[in-house]
Write a protein that binds this ligand. Structure first.
Ligand SMILES: C[S@@+](CC[C@H](N)C(=O)[O-])C[C@H]1O[C@@H](n2cnc3c(N)ncnc32)[C@H](O)[C@@H]1O
Length: 336
């Protein structure tokens, strides 16, 4: 294909930013104003990731993402994407989020299929503005639990109510999961599993744990504690853990926000009792989705370097990696 044709194709997939009317209703505007004024950056990260899904909606179908993201984050990311397009950047802003979302979507579906139709539940830890319970048809027989801070989940519910009350947009908030429970908890506290159980989580039921964009916001000890709690639960049922991990150089991107890292999650998880660990990097065959067009993109460059390298041999910049990791557990496995 010629470059011109290629360019035309790409332009079609990046339409101008058209924000939905619902975003400009008083209720939704007020909610987003208070998110911007009152929430810390940790909580606001929920809206930033929603903006990524909204602007990559030609590949990620998330009809609630714009509403959850809010105008400010949408405009900010759109500006970056536009600039990347103008400068012919090798990686377009938000592509990591798009690949990450699609990786988790595909692995959740595969994990549920691996339970051979047995009853299953999916727990989204640090769910933020995740809308999988409204957009994934593979969840139709599955109970979904969203765990996050009370204020995040309460705002989310208010935004959804605004969407449902709007006659034009009630389709947006139609659930595709069998059931959805919002569990208000701080996963640094030792009662979050108990809160989950009170909300209907059954430890003996096949479980998929989704830790997407959460572990690196925790301290090392809190992240390890969360992983150990999940590992202990594996002795009761068939479990699939899906999580993304930053390596050490990635946490330097914002040392005030990112804390936990693991350079070798594929070694860490077996030491906690998980098995069948597989690790992917953005650009690997199962984490590509046809979204990284330029063969010289940063992710390919990183993938070709040994994982032990912390800095690029060419320019000394930190090798910031995001590992997408799947692991499993079952009652037959012993916890070390
Ligand atoms: C980057 S967002 C990711 C949200 C969602 N998983 C996604 O991928 O769109 C991180 C989320 O983790 C939540 N979070 C961070 N620390 C938490 C904690 N200690 N307990 C509960 N939720 C937490 C934040 O409120 C935020 O919603």
């Amino acid at each position: 294909m010629s470059e011109e044709q290629n360019g035309k194709l790409e332009d079609q997939s990046w339409p101008e930013l058209k924000l939905p009317d619902l975003l400009f209703t008083d209720t939704v505007q007020q909610i987003h104003a208070s998110i911007e004024n009152e929430w810390d950056s940790l909580r606001q990260s929920a809206c930033q990731t929603a903006a990524g899904r909204a602007l990559w909606n030609h590949v990620v179908h998330d009809p609630l993402a714009e509403l959850f993201a809010g105008e400010t984050y949408l405009r900010s990311l759109y500006g970056k994407i536009k600039k990347d397009r103008l400068t012919n950047a090798r990686e377009v802003s938000g592509v990591i989020l798009a690949v990450r979302t699609m990786w988790f979507d595909s692995k959740i579906e595969a994990a549920l299929n691996s339970f051979y139709g047995g009853a299953a539940q999916v727990v989204l830890l640090g769910a933020g503005m995740d809308a999988r319970a409204y957009r994934l048809s593979c969840l139709k027989e599955t109970d979904v639990f969203e765990v996050d801070f009370p204020e995040v989940l309460q705002m989310k519910t208010t935004i959804l109510q605004a969407a449902t009350e709007s006659t034009n947009d009630c389709q947006h908030a139609k659930m595709t999961a069998k059931s959805l429970n919002r569990v208000e908890a701080d996963i640094r506290d030792n009662d979050w599993l108990q809160k989950l159980q009170i909300s209907g989580f059954v430890p003996e039921k096949n479980t998929v744990w989704v830790l997407e964009g959460i572990l690196y916001y925790l301290s090392h000890s809190h992240a390890m504690e969360v992983l150990k709690i999940i590992a202990a639960n594996c002795t009761l049922t068939h479990t699939v853990l899906l999580a993304d991990f930053m390596n050490k150089p990635s946490t330097t991107l914002s040392s005030s926000i990112f804390h936990f890292y693991s350079d070798w999650p594929d070694h860490l998880l077996p030491s906690l009792g998980f098995s069948d660990v597989s690790l992917s990097q953005i650009g690997d065959p199962d984490a590509h989705f046809g979204l990284l067009h330029d063969p010289l993109n940063l992710f390919n460059k990183l993938r070709s370097l040994p994982r032990s390298l912390q800095t690029h041999p060419d320019d000394g910049t930190p090798c910031c990696r995001l590992y997408l990791v799947q692991a499993s557990g079952s009652p037959n496995q012993a916890i070390p």
